[in-house]
Design a protein around this ligand. Sequence first.
Ligand code: PLP
Length: 438
Amino acid sequence: MTNRFAPGPVSESLYHRALKVMPGGTTRMTVDRIPTPLYMSKGEGAYAYDVDGRRFLDLVGDYTVLLHGHNFAPVVDAVRDQISVGSCYANPTELEVELAELLCERIPAIEKVRFVTTGTEAVMFAIKAARAFTGRTRVLKFEGCYHGGYDWAEASENNAPENWGEGRPTVRAYAAGTPEYVLDDIVVGKLNDAELLRDIFAEQGDQVACILLDPMPSRAGLFGVSPEFVEAIHVMREKYSCVLICDEVLSLRVAYHGSSSFFGLSPDLITVGKTIGGGLPIGAIGGSSELMSVFSSENGSPEVPQGGTFSANPISLCAGIAAVRHATPEAYANLSRLNQRLQAGLSEAFKRTGARFSVTGLGSLFRIHPKDIAPKDYRSFHQSPEERNRMRELSNFLFGSGIWISPLTSACLSTPMGNHEISQIVEAVSEFCQLEAK
Ligand SMILES: Cc1ncc(COP(=O)(O)O)c(C=O)c1O
């Protein structure tokens, strides 16, 4: 099939300049390079423009950050007003109280909140809090799940068939140079495998500080945790008195009250980020007052010292307040309706054309899989080189139709989208499937 992805001349020349001053020419490994990244110039609602003046329906949304799309007027106004009176101070502002109140009202498991600047930091501090609280150090995480760049959180996130391991998933460093002692303090389970979870706890439950769980992990396949697994998680947490951390940095946007609440989980700590910053850098750790007290300096030095030059900076906070306030139950319901229409349209196109694709998703998130059957676990989600190639071809084709989607991860809808955009996506994907069938 013709490759319709063609970065324009301005992107090409920027990339050549960038290669001279940046390793690999970019600052994020997740930037698509085919072989040149697209350099962007502006965004407008559901659409983004590259430096060569081409317009795309943006289904990447900075990897799910932009719940309201680009240039959302309430965010733009809030940022403009705030920046004219100050971009950051060492002291707190009323804004941090306001965003903390919003999160406590909205997310059932959150009684207290601390702000940081990224999701990676939020996960790191949540793990530190769990360790301080339990006096243990081991982290139980799940194969294939992405939680940012903290050593303990990233292990085994890219496990593959050649290193699955016999029985229990292999504990593998993600970055070269990760110390062995880090790996010694990690145990890896399989999402939705309740039996394995019980086995792990029977063997080493008294050493586990925390279970790190994303209720609907995007990178592992965008499927939700099963009721049986949720039950097993709760039983193990109670029996072995460890801390349950739900990482909702990405999956918060699944539902108005967040993903753990949607799936019936009652975490001790929650990490959030992305959408709660309205397009500016943010992360937060929230949870029960008892657990969050490890960060408090009310009675002297905190058990877990937590700070950061840009933590709770007023620009991210005011943008976040505007975005979160406009993320109403009605907005969530509308996004969910659009997503259902989209997934029904895509499934119908796959069936009609006999294309070996499927789709999963919830709320405003969806993911197309180069498989007949939608995955229910990481191993059935895992893509062969041939399947990865088909995803790449699909995304290149969509690019040629003015739709920007990453072949590597989930896509997202945003509030400025409507039926028109859904039809545009369904039509372009159907066209690809028809061509592929020929
Ligand atoms: C589930 C999850 N946790 C943590 C992170 C890390 O967040 P950040 O990129 O803001 O550091 C991400 C980022 O995509 C994520 O999806």
